[in-house]
Design a protein around this ligand. Sequence first.
Ligand code: PXL
Length: 250
Amino acid sequence: MQQKRVMAINDISCFGKCSLTVALPVLSAAGLEACPLPTALLSTHTGGFSDFTFENLDGQMMPITAHWKKLGLEFDAIYSGYLASNEQIEYVSEIIGSFKKESTTVLIDPVMGDNGKLYAGVPESTIGLMRSLLECADYAVPNYTEACLLTDTPIAEQISVDEAHALVDAVRALGAKSVVVTSAVVDGQNSVIGYDHVAGEYFTIPFELIPVYFPGTGDTFSAVLVGRVMAGWSLQRATADAMRVVAELI
Ligand code: PXL
């Protein structure tokens, strides 16, 4: 059987385990050939360090993918994470348009913020563009903050099961076929909520909150999810496994 190939669109934060530094090993461990398309080069991630260096790689994304096209490279999956500018959201949409075949799985983690706020340096205008990018997603994996920002839903301390389904449906209404919203509090219980378009069902998976905060847990989650979905696991089983891996790594 031929090894499956995934395009991993994300930044390189040289210190601090997130984005490509976690995605590449996780995707490789899942047996996939991971080709990074770096969006930016930073000395550290932006969560907790104020004087990080930041080199936007806007000028590289289209030339790199044009070279890949010339080589005839094809991708079984395209996974998009942290994008370093609004222009890059448009590039990713073009890149997906150019590389997506019938059988290509597109997973978009609309990395923009967490804990009720946009990340440092992410402008409000990113939200609308990210909304349009979700149109081409087979799987959208926002955290609770991102899901609320994308759907104009007020951020709440906790939500009911009906509100959880409505949030998932609002993300689906943007065009994503399947949705996984990480870290919502549903009826007082920390939960990952989702909708699997293959099985045609909603799911809610509760978890015990570990009271620490690390940027990169979402990136690890998404990379495990890509690995498991590409191995043919159902979305609910893939989600439960991504939760297990993230908890173990924390
Ligand atoms: O893990 C999300 C993420 C990715 N990339 C960069 C970040 C963050 C979160 O802070 O700063 C550069």
